[in-house]
Ligand binder design. Structure first.
Ligand code: GLA
Ligand code: ZN
Length: 673
């Protein structure tokens, strides 16, 4: 691993000079404007293959050298991109195997992200290109790291990929008999008697084997990683000191990003929240979950690699960020562990699909815009908070977001069609975050020890080893919260035969005998037991799914308010050695999670970063060399007064003595005394 450690915050974004090679005046202006806006880092060459290799074997690097020289002279560093996200037409036409196949039909040349993950021909082209790029620019003083490809995603179902899938399966299952068992193929006469009978799931073929669907996802993720490893092989050899990154996508369902953690030096993240629909506060909470998730992939500092300074061009309605929002949300990314604020894009192109996508510089070619000024403000802010760069994030609470579980759950037919894995996870996360806590978002393969509270909403899949890991966690004093519809299947998506929640039944002290599903408009309720140990009272609405529980050692904290299971336990607690496990048997209204976690946090002895966080305000902390930096951000659109520890606000330069007032879109970064 090579550490990504810049002595400053990266500020910049996707820069596409290759679209402007016939306009030296524009390129000159770019550099001037970058200096003015406090740009320190850009990603270059992301989709530049046609400019880098206009004809097979004929490379043209002079323009890139020129640009890198100019950037360097202007004090701007660069992440050098590999261009594999889109290939030149000559390649697709001469070597059609580089293109993807779906339902037996090979795509034509076009768009981007349209390459086969397996094709040796494509991999070879990529190797040659990346070798040349590394040789040409590996020691260029502007280059501080690699931006590998762009937003890896999608799959290919060509015969090469089918063969690779079978190879992957042979490696995982060894025998056909094992596959037939794991996939439950006696169902609908699906038994395989020869490896060659196995194909990927397809619209025109198989889609009813949940275990196969899940394995295909795993395979695609692994094959993408394999493709990535092929990309970086020459890079690691030629430029062993340059860190390597991929830009991941918000809540992307196609890849298991954390499985890249040992190959990627730092994770990039592209964030395009729908600002302007719901309240800023709501969107900021949703966004924070994704930031904490990307930090969790690698357990380290990450990089906001893309966001728009103004609006995107692909949402149904592309609202502009209102004045003051871009600096505030940029700071939020930093608060959650990003060491960069990078945008898509530096300058709007004149044509093609993204000409109306927001950019720092628009078609008016001026620096006199509202957007430019706000970007410049971010540049200044990042300079001001420079002491925070490279600081770490520590959390005492964690929420499990497990990609494999999300996949498996999405293939489960019943007990309701919509599962909303991300929505349910977010409700638990929201309660913790709003309270003023650093929250880790981790998958089931991450260590659990060290957390005082661990939330496991929708723990549908319990893979091998997890029972022991969860038991050890609680045994040693941890507080575990398990959500409804948990402990149903193993890693092959085969149901457990000993009653839900399967292997964690003893740990939870309950048996979920049935799971009722509710129509969207229907509600049940949690009626809190008198004198429950959390001190909660009254009733909370619940919906979605209702597990009907039998107590097996656990105690009821709340019971259902209606339906045929009225009066039966709906929230339970089970003491287990030094710790305890809560089971929340239905999807509650947010108010329940807020109150529930508040009580739990107190019980577990976790201290929020600030007391009584006012509505609309969010807090985070980063630490470095024993120094603590408390971020307080006002997303309420009104003035807010907040009690804070003594210290110095890096943004205003003023001492804080117990209380600060933040204006609309205001924030403070307090170095705690
Ligand atoms: C993605 C891509 C960019 C660009 C933006 C537009 O994140 O990586 O190339 O298309 O979306 O929002
Ligand atoms: Zn393929």
């Amino acid at each position: 691993m090579v550490e990504f450690r810049l002595p400053f915050f990266g500020h910049g974004g996707d820069y596409n000079p290759d679209q402007w090679l016939d306009r030296p005046d524009v390129l000159e202006q770019d550099i001037e404007y970058m200096k003015e806006a406090g740009i320190t880092l850009v990603s270059v060459g992301i989709f530049a293959w046609a400019a880098l290799e206009p004809e097979e074997g004929k490379y043209n690097f002079s323009w890139l050298k020129d640009i890198l020289d100019k950037l360097h002279a202007a004090g701007v560093s660069a992440l050098l991109a590999t261009p594999s996200g889109a290939r030149p037409a000559w390649m697709s036409v001469k070597y059609p195997e580089v293109l993807r196949v779906n339902n037996g039909v090979r795509n034509h040349h076009g768009n981007r992200h349209n390459h086969c993950l397996t094709s040796p021909v494509y991999r070879d082209f990529v190797t040659k290109m990346n070798t040349r790029l590394a040789e040409e620019f590996g020691t260029h003083p502007a280059v501080v790291g690699w931006h590998i490809s762009n937003e890896y995603g999608g799959d290919c179902k060509c015969e090469l990929c089918q063969e690779a899938f079978r190879g992957w399966l042979k490696n995982r299952y060894k025998t056909l008999d094992n596959i037939n068992k794991a996939w439950w193929t006696a169902f609908w006469a699906k038994t395989y008697t020869d490896w060659n009978q196995i194909r990927s799931p397809e619209d025109i073929g198989e889609s009813a084997i949940c275990g196969m669907n899940l394995d295909w996802k795993r395979f695609v993720s692994d094959q993408t990683r394999d493709f990535f490893r092929n990309e970086i092989a020459p890079i690691r050899k030629i430029t062993p000191d340059l860190p390597v990154s991929i830009n991941t996508m918000t809540l992307f369902n196609g890849l298991d990003y954390s499985s890249f953690k040992d190959d990627v030096d730092f994770f990039g993240f592209d964030a395009y929240p729908m600002w302007g629909g719901k309240s800023d506060y709501d969107v900021a909470i949703e966004t924070a979950l994704t930031y904490d998730q990307v930090r969790g992939y690698g357990n380290r500092v990450w990089s906001l690699m893309e966001c728009t300074p103004s609006q995107v061009n692909w949402q149904d309605i592309c609202r502009m960020k209102h004045t003051g929002l871009h600096p505030l949300v940029s700071l939020q990314a930093v608060a959650h562990g990003s060491d960069t604020v990078m945008m898509f894009q530096w300058r709007k192109g004149r044509g093609a699909a993204e000409k109306f996508h927001g950019a720092v510089v628009g078609h008016d070619s001026t620096n006199k815009t509202r957007v430019f000024k706000e970007v410049k403000q971010v540049g200044e802010m990042l300079k001001t908070i420079r002491p925070v760069v490279n600081a770490e994030t520590h959390a005492e609470v964690a929420v499990i977001f497990d990609q494999q579980t999300r996949w498996a759950l999405s293939y489960a037919q019943g007990p309701r069609k919509k599962k909303d894995y991300t929505g349910v996870v977010k409700e638990h996360y929201e309660a913790l975050y709003k309270m003023g806590l650093n929250v880790d978002v981790i998958d089931c393969d991450k260590p659990f020890d060290g957390y005082k509270v661990l939330a496991a909403p929708y723990l549908y899949m319990v893979r091998k080893g997890m029972k022991e890991k969860l038991e050890a966690y609680v045994q040693n004093g941890g507080t575990l919260v398990v959500g409804f519809f948990s402990g149903l299947v193993d890693e092959s998506d085969l149901c457990f035969m000993d009653g839900a929640p399967g292997p964690i039944r003893e740990l939870c002290g309950v048996w979920a005998e049935e799971t009722d599903a509710l129509y969207d408009h229907q509600r049940n309720s949690f009626v809190m037991e008198k004198e429950n140990e959390l001190g909660l009272a009254g009733e909370y609405a619940c919906s979605w799914m209702c597990d009907v529980l039998n107590l097996e050692g656990a105690k009821a904290v709340a019971h259902y308010g209606s339906d045929y299971y009225k009066g039966t336990p709906a929230v339970t607690v089970n003491k287990y050695h030094k710790g305890k496990t809560y089971y929340v048997a239905s999807r509650a209204e947010q108010k329940f999670y807020d109150d529930f976690y508040k009580a739990l946090i107190k019980q577990a002895g976790v201290q929020p970063l600030i007391e009584d966080v006012p509505d609309g305000v969010l807090a985070q902390k980063r630490v470095k060399n024993g120094r603590e930096y408390l971020f307080v951000m006002n997303f309420s659109r009104e003035e807010r007064t907040i009690r804070v520890p003594e210290g110095c606000d890096l943004l205003s330069g003023e001492k804080t003595t117990g209380e600060i007032t933040l204006n609309e879109n205001g924030a403070a970064v307090i170095e705690i005394a």
